[in-house]
Design a protein around this ligand. Structure first.
Ligand code: ZN
Length: 376
């Protein structure tokens, strides 16, 4: 059975506007890198259009979806509608593809679940997905729709009774937790930076049966990540015997990302995803956060390799074409005012870091074990 990478032309050139953290390209560059390395066959790349209104209102309110559509068509909304739906306010601006871009990401996640459920694919990568903050009737945290919620709802609709959702974005998956807490068909695991927006994802939420939250500090290391995944999350998840695994693979915990203080190397990021994939044959990997275009494009391109069980390809040298391509990506950020650091655009892997497992992680695990005493 084949694996697939879902994308769309809508992401090419789509930006949230000047000064916004998403005023840069990351989805289509990831696909370009995969192709430039010769890691994919053309027939494995699937392009989608946007989800229908009918598909979106499986979670979102109809009036909200129609307002989002109107925002794209008119490039503005009446003031009171903007306030009501949080569209065109703060970090959720009205831009050219404000409906079609998130609706296409949502369609890809929904279609991926349909294809996996029909046994027409084993694993799918939807780089454009992972919009885990989206609310039923409000835009939130750069997310206008919530493809994570829509894909889980689709999976339940198609008969999956035991879904594992793991979120390694630096920000807590508040939009997903709110919808599925106490849902017996879903287990939600999130590793995220503590005391960071949206300030949810507290350890106390582990009292909820299907929630496992790991709020970690800025000192979270590569070794901590490996320890959490292999000594805690995988044994926990194995007992649940998931039928479907959805990984939100936000890349904003990587060293050099401007939206978190955590400094993981991509070695730890990729190992975490690779190890998690061992949990379940049927898997969907999404994108998510990731606000350094060079690091994010590399991370998500690498996820395609992991999904195909070919982690050794990430030890290859980066070819000249990829290097030149990464170098050509524009990013208006002070981190590149003196040029792009060569390690971001010259090799696949970051330098391997040798830290040790922190006392903080040991005590975090101890605390969670004491909360979940009947389950672990
Ligand atoms: Zn994030």
């Amino acid at each position: 059975m084949q694996n697939f990478l879902y994308t769309s032309d809508v992401f090419k050139g789509s930006r949230y506007g000047e000064g916004h953290p998403l005023d840069m390209d990351r989805v289509w560059p990831s696909v370009e890198l995969v192709q430039m390395m010769g890691w994919i066959e053309e027939k494995q790349i699937v392009k989608h259009g946007p989800a229908t209104i009918e598909e979106l209102i499986k979670f979102h309110d109809l009036d909200y979806v129609l307002a989002l559509k109107e925002a794209e068509e008119k490039q503005t909304l009446p003031h009171e509608i903007k306030i009501k739906y949080n569209i065109g306010i703060g970090n959720n601006p009205i831009f050219s593809e404000v409906f079609s871009r998130p609706a296409t990401a949502a369609k890809a996640s929904i279609s991926a679940i349909e294809k996996i459920a029909a046994n027409k694919a084993k694993r799918i990568l939807n780089i454009s997905g992972g919009t885990h903050h989206g609310r039923k009737s409000q835009a939130y945290g750069f997310c206008f729709l919530n493809d994570c919620v829509l894909s889980i709802l689709k999976a339940i609709e198609l008969g999956f009774q035991n879904i594992l959702y793991v979120d390694i974005d630096a920000h807590h998956c508040d939009g997903v937790q709110d919808v599925f807490k106490d849902n017996e068909n879903v287990n939600i695991v999130s590793i995220h930076e503590k005391k960071r927006w949206p300030f949810t994802g507290l350890i106390e939420d582990c009292k909820i049966k299907n929630i496992l939250n790991f709020p970690v500090s800025e000192h979270f290391t590569d070794q901590d990540m490996n320890f959490l995944i292999n000594d805690f999350i995988i044994p926990f998840a194995n007992k649940k015997k998931p039928e479907l695994l959805i990984i939100q693979a936000g890349a904003d915990m990587l060293h050099g990302d401007p939206q978190s203080r955590i400094s993981l190397s991509n070695n730890a990021y990729w190992k975490a995803i690779y190890d998690l994939l061992s949990l379940c044959d049927k898997s969907l990997i999404l994108g998510g956060g990731g606000y350094n275009p060079y690091l994010t494009a590399k991370a998500w391109a690498g996820n395609w390799v992991l999904l195909n069980n070919k982690i050794e390809l990430l030890d290859m040298d980066m070819n000249k074409e990829c290097h030149q391509f990464l170098k050509s990506l524009r990013w208006s950020n002070s981190r590149v005012k003196n040029g792009i650091p060569s390690e971001w655009i010259s090799s696949w892997r970051d330098e391997k870091k040798k830290n040790k497992i922190s006392d903080e992680i040991i005590s975090l695990i101890r605390e969670i074990k004491s909360i979940k005493k009947y389950e672990i």
